[in-house]
Ligand binder design. Structure first.
Ligand code: BEZ
Length: 211
């Protein structure tokens, strides 16, 4: 069964370039972005892992840890990290799971046999501190992910956990949010002191509540 939004992200033990990892212990009380890439020593993956390393301060601000995965060995990961550091002008500062037996890839449905029988696709799991899967993204090997979008999704998840709003199309931090339809205008008056614009009874725009 694929893992879906709202499911519990299963725990696992795995090797990584940083040694053995118990996923839940490693995650602690943080949000996690767990993502797979098809293979070490490949060009798109090299750029993605470099970007992840550079974005560590942004992940930290969001109480979030990143962890990558491919079906290569920990030894390969360690050798490849030298190339990532050199070519992307950074220092890889997060673990890469060495899933040679494909145990984690299978658990998280990261191998899509009609795309490739043995390599992982570009899966992203957004997992909250209670180990719930909150969002997923899946790209094919040929399309590098947009890590700005990954940060944007974390921002939306964390904002909408705390306020009765949802984030509209192309939302970015600081933009207007929509008041969720289950909130009556009476309740909205109490919750949204900055007021709102009512374009339709179901489409009410309010300034981002925590700004
Ligand atoms: C890459 O990371 O560049 C890549 C990996 C597998 C297939 C195609 C591209």
């Amino acid at each position: 069964m694929p893992l879906r939004i709202g499911d519990t992200a299963p725990n696992f033990n795995a090797e990584s370039n940083e040694g053995k990892i118990d996923f839940y212990d490693w995650a602690g009380d943080k949000w996690v972005v767990l993502y797979s890439h098809p293979a070490d020593f490949t060009p798109v993956c090299t750029t993605e892992l470099g970007r992840t390393a550079k974005l560590k301060p942004e992940f930290d601000k969001r109480n979030t840890k990143a962890i990558a995965l491919s079906v290569d060995s920990a030894e390969d990961h360690r050798r490849w990290i030298g190339d990532i550091d050199d070519t992307q002008h950074t220092k890889v500062n997060f673990p890469i799971i060495a899933d040679q037996d494909r145990k984690v890839a299978t658990l998280y449905d990261m191998i899509h046999p009609n795309a490739d029988n043995s390599l992982t696709v570009r899966s992203v799991y957004f997992i909250d501190p209670k180990h719930k899967v909150r969002a997923t993204i899946t790209y094919p090997a040929s399309t590098g992910r947009n890590f700005g979008e990954i940060l944007r999704v974390i921002d939306s998840l964390q904002l909408t956990d705390n306020y009765k709003v949802a984030t509209p199309v192309d939302w970015q931090q600081g933009d207007e949010c929509v008041i969720v339809p289950s909130v009556s205008n009476e309740e909205a008056k109490k919750r949204f002191s900055k007021g709102w614009k009512e374009l339709r009874p179901y489409l009410r725009l309010t300034p981002q509540p925590n700004r």
